[in-house]
Design a protein around this ligand. Structure first.
Ligand code: 8NA
Ligand code: MG
Ligand code: MG
Ligand code: MG
Length: 340
């Protein structure tokens, strides 16, 4: 069962990125029917064995992080930094990296030759560091690698984030997203309510934001609870106003968590009811609009870790670039976890 959860997480993360990337530049809600039509097109990929959808920066970086953990059996910051940097400079334009992260890679490679691993990220945005969602979008392999060890998970989520994102909101976003995947790995459908899941995340954020004056995650998590408990489902526009779906880690991570918890609470839209639970989470998260590939990939990583890969459509393995790699890395991370 645990292997199924590892594979489910990696595969649904990939699906969320590949599907979400189709709508990323639109910055508006995505109609359910549009997503259902795309799903119909993906089914034909199995017959033609055509890879129809590309992954983006989210998956590229997650896979590099996973490869490094698998090869080294531990987190080696220099190796992760050089893998991120090498793939960035070789990657095709349709990976759509965040607009400013190039500066970090240029400095890591050219200026310091990987001698100063965390300096370039801390110089971003006049020394504030990036609060973009790039730290959290790629973090799920840390959760798989650290499964069963929350202390290590928080440490590695922070270290992996700090290579490119030094802002506290990006670091806490990576810890929160990785922890959501870990809670999903450690529980099963029917064993936890949405409110219990939410409470675990809230307890973590209370601890992480104890000395943070702005408490962005505390406020957004409180709002998420209010929205899910409410009788009437919030419109996407209200969600956008209250929580957000943008490029900030605090918005995208909370949007992914909201989509997962809404489906766990059985409040998913009826239009998606023909789909498996993992698909419902991925599609619902993308329907919120905004940074759709990143919200989709993070919601997928949580949902796949919770429900496993059994209910996933077989054509997902054919429809997305990188599907074999996702499955292979998940299997290797699971083997490493078994040995511990
Ligand atoms: P990033 O570090 O460049 O941050 C993303 C953006 O957030 C920056 O370009 C700024 O606009 C803004 N930002 C971050 N920190 C600050 C700050 N301290 N002060 C002011 N503005 C700030 O890149 P990232 O790695 O976090 O980006 C990840 C996202 O980029 C993912 O969603 C990914 O899918 C991708 N993405 C690409 C495109 C595209 O079309 N190229 C569009 C959206 C997202
Ligand atoms: Mg992307
Ligand atoms: Mg938006
Ligand atoms: Mg994105």
């Amino acid at each position: 069962m645990l292997l199924s959860k590892f594979k489910g997480s990696a595969l649904a993360a990939l699906a969320g990125d590949c599907i979400g990337a189709r709508y990323e530049s639109m910055w508006r809600p995505v109609a359910y029917q549009t997503l259902l039509n795309l799903e119909e097109n993906l089914k034909s990929a199995e017959k033609t064995s055509r890879r129809s959808l590309h992954y983006t920066d989210d998956t590229e970086m997650a896979h590099e992080l996973a490869k490094s953990l698998v090869e080294n059996g531990k987190f080696v910051a220099k190796d992760v930094a050089s893998k991120f940097t090498e793939t960035f400079f070789e990657s095709p334009p349709y990976r759509y990296y965040g607009p400013h992260v190039r500066n970090v890679f240029e400095k890591l490679e050219k200026a310091s030759r990987f001698s100063d691993l965390f300096g370039p990220a801390s110089e971003q945005f006049d020394g504030q560091g990036s609060y973009g969602n790039g730290s959290a979008m790629r973090v799920f392999p840390v959760a798989l690698f650290c499964h069963g060890n929350q202390e290590l998970l928080e440490k590695l989520a922070a270290l992996s984030a700090k290579l490119t994102h030094a802002h506290i909101d990006a670091i806490n976003g990576a810890k929160l997203q990785a922890s959501a995947v870990e809670i999903a790995l450690s529980s099963s459908d029917g064993s936890i309510s949405w409110l219990e899941f939410w409470q675990k995340l809230k307890d973590l954020i209370d601890k992480l934001e104890v000395d943070v004056p702005e408490k962005v995650y505390t406020n957004k998590l409180d709002m998420i609870k209010e929205l899910i408990a409410r009788e009437e489902v919030a419109s996407v526009h209200e969600f956008e106003d209250e929580v957000g779906t943008g490029i900030k880690a605090s918005e995208a991570v909370c949007a992914a968590i909201y989509a997962f918890l809404m489906c766990l609470a059985d409040r998913q839209p009826s239009e998606l009811s023909s789909l498996s639970k993992v698909q419902q989470v991925v599609f619902y998260s993308i329907s919120l609009g905004g940074d759709t590939d990143t919200i989709g990939t993070m919601a997928g990583a949580i949902a796949g870790a919770f429900y496993g890969d059994e209910g996933l459509p077989s054509y997902w393995l054919y429809a997305f670039e990188g599907a074999e790699m996702a499955r292979d890395l998940a299997t290797k991370l699971h083997e490493l976890n078994e040995k511990k």
